[in-house]
Ligand binder design. Structure first.
Ligand SMILES: Nc1ncnc2c1ncn2[C@@H]1O[C@H](COP(=O)(O)OP(=O)(O)OP(=O)(O)O)[C@@H](O)[C@H]1O
Length: 262
């Protein structure tokens, strides 16, 4: 049953690559304001699910509803409008290397101001764009980094800048693909704190793919587990009860007993 509390619904989703089914029978909702983690062993389909949830890949079967509307609607204009409701930080968190951090954000803001036909919705005031970019950088703790090139930032700072860029869409739903990958434990903990702050300050809903158990227990309201062998979801709940009472392989995963989980 869809409710107002659900911002997204995944219904009967089958995902396939070139005819090979990766996952099937996925049925779940993303609740407004929650932090939902997508978990599971390597290659089970986490990134593929994320790509479906942002409309970059089309379901082999089933559908994905964003605020009640089908993300794969036949009408391209509808799809574009829906995708503007999503902010995304991809795994590499790549920023355009030739632009300063501030210009990266301003570029993303310009794109977010286009209408369903790709035209700018209103004339742009560069000073206002720069101000907004500075505001978003301050929000992620990068106040002094507007003029710097991405190569001049640390890995953790680049992730923060990529999150700030994802916020430029002013979207209520933010997707993060392995935000802590490659970060040291301290930078990773700072990023967790930032995700919690964004939810508190902006009321965002966050869906994140992660391998990091520390991160999962620190930020996630619920964890969705995909299983590579069964090719479907095996659990969806708060990580703490899942660690105690979840299916065997999920408990093993959450207790770091990797031997029992592929
Ligand atoms: N473009 C593609 N074409 C064909 N198969 C693909 C493609 N992308 C992914 N796959 C396959 O789909 C399956 C799921 O891949 P996916 O990257 O979604 O897994 P994952 O859970 O995110 O993995 P990891 O944790 O290692 O990043 C894998 O078997 C992978 O080989």
């Amino acid at each position: 049953m869809a409710t107002q509390a659900d911002i997204m619904r995944v219904e009967g989703l089958t995902m396939a690559h070139g005819g090979r089914v990766i996952q099937q029978g996925l049925d779940f909702a993303v609740r407004r304001g929650e932090i939902l983690a997508i978990m599971g062993g390597s290659g089970c389909g986490k990134s593929t699910l994320l790509r479906h949830m942002i409309g970059l890949q089309t379901p082999a079967a089933g559908r994905i509803l964003l605020e009640g509307a089908d993300l794969n609607d036949a009408d391209e204009r509808v799809r574009r409008r829906l995708r503007r409701r999503l902010g995304v930080m991809f795994q590499a968190g790549a920023l355009w290397s030739s632009m300063s951090v501030g210009e990266n954000l301003m570029f993303a803001q310009r794109e977010s101001l286009r209408d369903d036909d790709g035209r700018l919705r209103r004339p742009l005031d560069e000073a206002e764009l720069a101000l907004q970019a500075r505001f978003r950088l301050a929000l992620v703790g990068l106040d002094g980094s507007f003029e710097r090139l991405p190569a001049e930032l640390s890995g953790g700072m680049r992730k923060r800048a990529a999150i700030a860029r994802a916020l430029c869409a002013d979207a209520p739903l933010l997707f993060l693909d392995e935000p802590s990958a490659g970060l040291d434990p301290l930078a990773s903990a700072r990023l967790d704190a930032l995700i919690l702050q964004l939810r508190a300050a902006l009321g965002m809903t966050v869906v994140m793919v992660t391998h990091e158990l520390d991160s999962l227990f620190a930020v996630a309201d619920r964890a969705l587990f995909l299983d590579a062998r069964q090719r479907t979801m095996t659990a969806l709940d708060n990580p703490y009860p899942l660690r105690e009472h979840g299916p065997d392989e999920v408990r093993a995963f959450l207790r770091r007993d990797r031997s029992d989980f592929r």
